[in-house]
Design a protein around this ligand. Structure first.
Ligand SMILES: Cc1cc2nc3c(=O)[nH]c(=O)nc-3n(C[C@H](O)[C@H](O)[C@H](O)COP(=O)(O)OP(=O)(O)OC[C@H]3O[C@@H](n4cnc5c(N)ncnc54)[C@H](O)[C@@H]3O)c2cc1C
Length: 263
């Protein structure tokens, strides 16, 4: 199916940064006006031999930024990412004109604490929340609406896969409303790492306790690998979280016989 000019922009790559052989960060000019809320996703695609192939990608950038930023993992056997992976600065791709998704920050329920849990690229919507809130906070130097506080856990196999660790640590050192902990699940492959170790779902209870997060006051957000999301949901539900206080963004359905490589 050819791209429809009603629905798609020709987006252009402005910048690309590779973090590892299968993870990269890319900034694009979407090719026209593009409105979104922090936490939403864009639909990116390419045309390949006359066929259009598209997938959802959470937007890392904040709506205040002019370009759109994404954090992408290569799935070698995948339909789209091998083509996205080939794209360099100035190359074009398709971007649907409408952003979608409801994985936005819950400022309505009355719960003032937000526990953000992610595997690798699942950090994307959380970076968008924090960049947006940081900018608002800096502009007005006032507390967040209703004194909201964000607590973020990110898991990866090795530390070079975090993508945004330095940026998030900077915010957490400066902003009293944000905490961030990164954890590596394969420390034996990352001997210089001296931070937290273990899978992010295994650390959920520990940090929920350490940060004194109570189910009635905290919305939980789980983003990324389906096994982490499922485990994380089970752990939080057993700790008293109700279904309506848990938001999920599952990046893919696990293929039969797939590993539970949750980071
Ligand atoms: C709302 C939403 C937001 C998303 N945001 C991002 C994002 O910010 N960054 C990002 O990289 N991806 C994101 N994804 C996943 C993305 O949409 C694609 O599914 C992914 O890039 C793989 O696309 P593909 O066409 O190459 O592989 P596909 O052809 O879709 O998948 C091929 C096979 O690989 C498996 N698979 C797919 N992804 C993975 C993976 N990461 N690890 C292991 N196995 C996998 C699938 O189960 C399938 O069996 C998001 C998905 C959703 C629904």
């Amino acid at each position: 199916m050819a791209p429809s000019p009603d629905k798609h922009y020709q987006a252009r790559i402005l910048e690309r940064r590779d973090l590892s052989p299968d993870l990269w960060i890319v900034r694009i000019d979407p090719g026209g006006p593009f409105e979104f809320r922090a936490g939403q996703y864009a639909t990116l695609g390419v045309e390949h031999e006359g066929k259009r192939i598209e997938r959802a990608y959470s937007i890392v950038s904040s709506p205040y930024e002019e370009s759109l930023e994404f954090f992408v993992e290569l799935v070698p056997q995948g339909g789209l990412t091998p083509d996205l992976f080939k794209l360099k600065k100035s190359d074009t791709l398709l971007c649907r004109k409408i952003a979608k998704g409801r994985f936005t920050l819950d400022l309505r329920s009355g719960r003032k604490h937000h526990l953000l849990v992610s595997t690798v690229t699942g950090i994307a919507p959380f970076v968008s929340y924090v960049r947006t809130l940081y900018r608002d906070w800096k502009k007005t130097d006032s507390p967040l609406p209703g004194d909201h506080k964000l607590y973020c856990l990110q898991g990866a196999s090795r530390s070079w896969e975090f993508g945004y660790r330095e940026e998030l640590e900077r915010y957490s050192n400066e902003a009293p409303w944000f905490k961030y902990v990164a954890t590596v699940s394969r420390p034996w492959e990352d001997l210089d790492w001296n931070g937290e170790t273990g899978r992010v779902d295994d650390l959920l209870r520990k940090y929920a306790d350490e940060w004194s997060l109570r189910a009635e006051e905290t919305t939980g957000y789980l983003c990324g690998h389906p096994v982490m999301v499922e485990n994380g949901r089970g752990i939080l539900e057993r700790a008293g979280w109700k279904k309506d206080a848990l938001f999920e963004e599952v990046y893919f359905q696990q293929a039969k016989g797939g590993t539970d490589g949750t980071g």
